[in-house]
Design a protein around this ligand. Structure first.
Ligand SMILES: O=c1[nH]cnc2c1ncn2[C@@H]1O[C@H](CO)[C@@H](O)[C@H]1O
Ligand SMILES: [Zn+2]
Length: 334
């Protein structure tokens, strides 16, 4: 099976975790920001996480350098364009990119400038390649509720201009979902779609909390649903799609081996499994790599990948017009 040629949909891809290392290195040098590396090869270890980290916290350390170069309009636009370009070149036809806008206000950009630059990068990539993109705004778990509310408020005017949803990302171990309930209530009221990282660091109860308290329509990862039948049933009964990212899950110790990753077991139980990279650079992975790994270790067949494409299209936050266009690619799985 040539997995690269298969049309794909990616619903869970962090922009800051997916910048080409060569671009980060080049921009750091251009902006005279000190790096403890002389060559790109040496630099890689600062932006790629080890195959196994001690925890999600160590994995999240790799976002420091990317953030330093995501503080100008030009850089934000270029970086976003390149992530879309890399995805398009491996036949990703639709991608939902995500990032936390408040992390990019350190050198004077306004909130609107940050969002507009990223949307421009998406627009330019759409014009050049056969790919569509939309944007998800991440609230960070360790941040204050005031900050979360401010993202929801300031992002509102971009709904239907490329921003489609609100997410909750960061350290799940120490910051449970309910802290940000008010922001998610407001997001729902304003018409954002909602996805939440949950069940990545051992706490399956965060999955039901995210569905019941934060109005999640999709769950980022959700691997811990394998540990509790009620949780898994709640995911199935509420038609919640899981955005699963096997390599990232192994790095963060959500799962110990590829063989034990639950995506195929969930798929066989008719859970709405979707597949993504999470962070193309931090996890050093493409979506094609993930497909290859899954066919090798979890026995994914072409029919399984077709089901994943269908699940992804149904669960995407794209307009019905784009969903209809994406439907045509299902025929390529015959
Ligand atoms: O797998 C993950 N789990 C939780 N948070 C994450 C993951 N990957 C990235 N981020 C966090 O999301 C922020 C916005 O893109 C990143 O800066 C990173 O801190
Ligand atoms: Zn993520």
């Amino acid at each position: 099976m040539n997995t690269k040629n298969l049309p794909k949909i990616e619903l869970h891809c962090h922009i800051d975790g997916s910048i080409r290392p060569s671009t980060i290195f080049e921009l750091l040098q251009k902006e005279n920001i000190k790096v403890a590396a002389n060559t790109l090869n040496e630099f890689n270890r600062y932006v790629r996480a080890p195959k196994k980290c001690s925890s999600l916290i160590e994995y999240l350390d790799r976002f420091e350098y990317p953030n330093l170069v995501m503080q100008s309009k030009e850089n934000l636009e270029r970086i976003t364009f390149e992530v879309m370009e890399d995805a398009a070149k491996e036949n990703v036809k639709y991608i939902e990119l995500r990032f936390a806008p408040l992390l990019h206000l350190k050198k004077g950009l306004t909130f609107d400038e940050v969002i507009e630059s990223v949307l421009l990068g998406i627009k330019k990539a759409q014009a050049k390649y056969e790919i569509f993109g939309n944007l998800i705004l991440c609230l960070m778990r360790h941040e204050s509720i005031e900050n979360s509310l401010s993202v929801v408020e300031q992002g509102r005017k971009f709904i239907e201009r490329g921003v489609v949803a609100i997410d909750l990302a960061g350290n799940e171990h120490d910051f449970p979902p309910e802290i940000h309930k008010e922001a998610f209530d407001r997001a729902k009221e304003y018409g954002y779609h909602i996805t939440v990282h949950a069940g990545e660091t051992g706490k399956y109860e965060n999955i039901t909390k995210s569905i019941e308290l934060l109005h999640a329509e999709r769950i980022g990862h959700g691997v811990n649903a394998k540990d509790d039948l009620n949780t898994l049933n709640s995911v199935i009964d509420n038609s919640i799609a899981l955005e699963m990212c096997p390599t990232s899950n192994i790095q963060t110790k959500a799962v110990d081996t590829y063989e034990n990753h639950p995506s195929k077991m969930f798929l066989d139980k008719k859970v709405l499994v979707t597949l993504s990279t999470d962070n193309r650079t931090v996890s050093n992975v493409t979506l094609t790599d993930e497909f290859n790994t899954l066919s090798k270790y979890s026995n994914y067949s072409k029919a399984d990948f077709k089901q994943v494409f269908i699940n992804s299209n149904n669960a995407s936050f794209a307009s019905s017009e784009i969903k209809l266009k994406l439907k045509k690619f299902i025929d390529d799985y015959k």
